[in-house]
Ligand binder design. Structure first.
Ligand code: ADP
Ligand code: ZN
Ligand code: ZN
Length: 895
């Protein structure tokens, strides 16, 4: 029997990790080996950890050479099984293969996404003696060639000594002691003489759960009260406690008093937790509040073990052993969250999804799964549909996967899921500690949860019996991996996983991506629509329908007219008066602006004209390194900066850019009494600060929030009645094929932030381009009109989804090196495209990247555009790309 083995860490080289190597399966392993297992295999003189990818029963099949290139005596044997439980499920292996081929990435790089966190890093190399070691320095010297220096002899003797003493040593320890070069030399010598052998091992922590002692209250309230009363009476009878801690040899009574006091403290802590847990979703859940870690309880109460044992003997508390786990939801109070009565559109959407998920067994792998696009305006109740669909799937014995953009993983969002499925939700996001991540992974693997909720990497969790996949806010750029191969899009990979497991996939969005909506229009996805806001939360039940049940009205403010009327402020007359009214009513306002692309576009303030490239239909930008030249980032076309507007001959043509600070200052100047909060990348550096700022605003500790696009996401603030978009133009004129799509999404989302509560909301949209189809359709909340105009533009220029892009970026400290390298690769690509004769395939660039200088590196880029760019990419990366190149397949932006 042969095994095809993947070596995910092979030499760190992309090509080594990209292929499978053939090994012979020794007899004693033949019956135990299954695909997905972790094994140790020989690679040259070393051992490496690999994953069994496939098994082949034939013995004499022609096979690829093993990692060392040795094929003469047939493949070498698998050395050991490191872990009998398979690391990868069959669906995970299939998804890995898809990721590698669709994104032109090494198989090993794709497989690494699926491995338990930290597992490979935990594999240790151990050094064992092969037989009895020769003892003493003199005799050992005889085994070594005379050419060896004294130092090497001493090293060998030291290693032997350690092996005799301990039985085995970790190779890392030898390296740490002797340094890399000496360690390698001595190990090579000892290996060559057959004195030692190397073996791979997984540390226990990787495979076994830790156990820890826990404490919980078992006494009835009556018994508890009785014990407390008796103890207090007993304490009164004892002499008063001295100020200091009693000495070891102090009077017996003092110890007695202290112990009793500590015991009372223990019971107080436990009883308080029980009270708290009354409104926790599931009191019986062995989560965090009713059950205490013994260590924690001892630390807080300073009770001794003996004191605790005494309470256990008295039947008041129970001390138990349990699997220790790091719980990312620990310490949060999660209110119970009951299913709501669905509105008719919600019920229709739910029925459609459940009809697809109706089979008792998921469709056989390979049959395309059903994909739904749930298009519902913000607040239309999409989440409630997900929750009820998940509940139904779980009731049938399946599990659910819910992906949300990282930024949307707010405590409120987590609580909605955790409160509906108490104790059955695993959480995976980038804020987890490695230990938390590993424990969540293990819980999922063990089938201890029904729902996995997380950001994009949750897609790779080992979920068995997957019955439903939800991708919320499917249009979000956070779903895209941009740096490391495979540069996957979680939505597209989720659809693939759905097809592999037979689980239906629900994509949700208020502003679907052009890609997803195009597929829904073509019939490939089923379109489900929620056109109205859901009836407000149960708190509002019984009141008259609120005026905010619909979407807020949007007013377009023409900034060109403001300028003509002599108002040069960032805030139009209309925005100023609306702000005043909002403050007068004690309500809140959000002022929003898009900071990206600051001062880069050239826009005429009289007529709204923006300079665009004739070849590419994207904005031209001013480049810091190109004095007075406008540049197209697609094709490299240059033209001088116009002195006057080519449309209306006005001289008010200028670089457009605004910062949050300037808006904040303007508001403070006009409204000195208003409390203004600024939110941008500078003020909200960490997740914690982000949450704190939002909390301050939610608790109405400020009246006006000024911020960048980040505030547009996932906020539900009932106090906000006015949203002002300070400038809708910057987003619109970024030189990117997705600029209009992003602008529409942002405008729609910010607009959705107004009027979430009882008071009606309104939105003001300031722009220099009031007639632009993006502005117009956003103001009317008309996605369909926007889509129709945008998709035809994409088709005309051959932009995604009509062709796939591959963005190749080269970064170097030296500007000319970057330019030359990009030119060389560009020519190679041109040749490849010609040789492969791919239809509709072309190359844009080389051109400097939008941010040409980033982190002291100059960046040049090439964009390959083709209905299927992967053959070109494969041919290109067969030999590794030169260091410094990064490749993004299906980039979210060409910037
Ligand atoms: P979305 O996910 O589309 O933004 P949500 O699911 O968050 O919308 O719903 C918005 C609000 O409406 C929430 O407060 C939710 O509790 C409430 N809601 C949703 N569906 C219903 C319903 N059928 N009846 C009453 N309230 C609902
Ligand atoms: Zn003009
Ligand atoms: Zn161009």
């Amino acid at each position: 029997m042969r095994a095809e083995v993947l070596l995910p860490r092979a030499g760190g080289s992309a090509t080594g990790a990209g292929r499978l190597y053939t090994y012979r399966v020794p007899e004693q392993l033949a019956s135990r080996l299954v695909p997905g297992q972790l094994v140790a295999v020989p690679v040259g003189e070393q051992s490496a950890a690999g994953i069994v990818w496939a098994l082949d029963a034939s013995d004499d099949a022609d096979c690829t050479p093993d990692a060392a290139g040795v094929a003469a005596d047939g493949p070498r044997p698998v050395q050991a099984l490191l872990l009998s439980e398979p690391l990868l499920t069959p669906a995970q292996r299939a998804l890995t293969e898809w990721l590698a081929s669709y994104y032109g990435a090494p198989l090993g790089a794709a497989a690494r996404l699926m491995l338990p966190p930290g597992l490979l890093a935990g594999v240790r190399v151990l050094v064992y003696p092969t037989g009895t070691l020769p003892d003493g320095a003199p005799s050992s010297g005889a085994l070594m060639p005379a050419t060896l220096a004294d130092g090497a002899l001493a090293d060998a003797a030291a290693v032997r000594g350690l092996l005799r003493e301990r039985g085995h040593i970790e190779r890392r320890q030898i390296k740490e002691t002797l340094g890399g070069r000496r360690a390698a030399a001595v190990l090579d010598e000892l290996l060559a003489h057959g004195e030692i052998r190397l073996a791979l091992e997984l540390p226990e922590a990787q495979t076994r759960t830790r156990r820890e002692r826990t404490v919980r209250l078992v006494a009835t309230p009556a018994a508890l009260d009785a014990w407390r009363a008796a103890t207090r009476a007993q304490l009164d009878a004892l002499p008063a406690l001295p100020a200091r801690r009693p000495q070891r040899d102090g009077p017996r009574e003092e110890h007695e008093a202290e112990r009793r006091l500590r015991q009372l403290a223990v019971l107080d802590l436990l009883a308080r937790a029980r009270q708290d847990s009354q409104d926790i979703a599931e009191p019986a859940e062995p989560a965090t509040t009713t059950v205490w870690r013994l260590e924690e309880l001892r630390r807080l109460s300073r009770a001794t073990d003996a004191a605790l044992r005494e309470l256990a003997t008295a039947g008041l508390i129970a001390i138990e052993e349990a699997d220790a786990r790091h719980d990312p939801m620990a310490g949060r109070r999660i209110p119970r969250n009951d299913p709501l009565t669905l509105t008719a559109p919600q019920a229709r959407a739910l029925a459609a999804i459940l009809a697809a998920a109706a089979q008792d067994a998921p469709a056989s792998p390979g049959t395309p799964g059903r994909v739904f696009l749930l298009h519902g305006i913000t607040g239309s109740g999409k989440t409630e549909v997900y929750l009820q669909a998940l509940a139904a799937v779980i009731a049938r014995g399946y599990r659910g996967l819910v992906l949300v953009p990282e930024i949307a993983l707010t405590p409120q969002a987590m609580a909605r899921f955790a409160g509906r499925f108490p104790g059955r939700v695993a959480l995976l996001h980038s804020g987890l500690t490695p230990a938390e991540r590993r424990d969540e992974w293990r819980r999922i693997r063990a089938g201890a949860v029904d729902i996995v909720l997380g950001s994009r990497s949750a897609l790779f969790a080992p979920i068995e019996r997957l019955g439903l996949i939800v991708v919320d806010e499917e249009h979000e750029t956070a779903y895209k991996e941009e740096l490391r191969p495979p540069t996957y899009h979680a939505r597209d990979a989720a659809i693939q996983l759905g097809a592999l497991t037979g689980a239906p996939v629900v994509l949700g969005s208020a502003t679907p991506s052009i890609e997803a909506y195009a597929l829904a229009q073509s019939g490939a996805f089923a379109l489900l629509e929620l056109r109205e806001r859901a009836p407000a939360s149960p708190a509002a039940a019984g009141e008259a329908p609120s005026p905010s049940a619909g979407v807020p009205p949007v007013t377009i403010v023409d900034l060109r007219a403001e300028l003509r009327a002599g108002n040069t402020s960032i805030l139009s007359e209309r925005l100023q008066s609306e702000l005043q009214a909002t403050l007068d009513h004690g309500e809140q306002a959000i002022l929003f602006l898009n900071r990206r692309g600051m001062a880069s576009s050239v826009i005429c303030r009289e007529c709204g004209y923006a300079a665009r490239c004739r070849n590419c239909d994207v904005s031209l930008t001013l480049h810091a390194s190109e004095r007075r030249q406008l540049l197209c980032h697609y094709c490299g076309r240059r033209q001088p900066v116009p002195e006057t507007c080519p449309v209306c001959w006005s001289a008010s043509i200028r670089f457009f850019g605004l910062g949050t600070e300037r808006v904040e200052a303007a508001v403070k100047r006009q409204f000195p009494a208003a409390r203004v909060l600024r939110w941008d990348r500078d003020t909200a550096r960490s997740r914690q600060v982000h949450e704190e700022l939002l909390l301050a605003f939610a608790e109405r500790r400020a009246d006006v929030l000024v911020g960048t696009q980040m505030i547009a996401k996932g906020l539900d603030l009932p106090g906000v009645t006015l949203v002002g978009v300070v400038s809708a133009d910057i987003a619109l004129f970024l030189p990117d094929f997705r600029a209009t799509e992003r602008a529409f999404q942002l405008l729609t989302q910010v607009a959705g932030r107004a009027g979430r509560g009882m008071a009606p909301g309104r939105v003001l949209l300031q722009t220099l381009n009031p007639e632009h189809f993006c502005i117009q359709s956003a103001a009317r909340h008309d996605y369909a009109a926007f889509f129709a105009a945008e998709v035809s533009a994409r088709q005309r220029y051959g932009y995604p989804p009509f062709r796939r892009f591959v963005k190749l970026t080269f970064a170097h400290r030296d500007r000319y090196t970057a330019q030359i390298e990009a030119t060389v690769l560009g020519e190679r690509l041109e040749r490849l495209v010609a040789e492969l004769r791919l239809p509709d395939t072309d190359l844009v660039g080389p051109a400097p990247a939008f941010l040409e200088r980033l982190r002291a590196h100059y960046r040049w880029q090439l964009i390959l555009r083709s209905p299927d760019p992967i053959p070109v990419l494969r041919a290109l990366t067969r030999d590794d790309l030169p260091h410094g190149w990064s490749v993004d397949v299906d980039p979210m932006t060409n910037l």
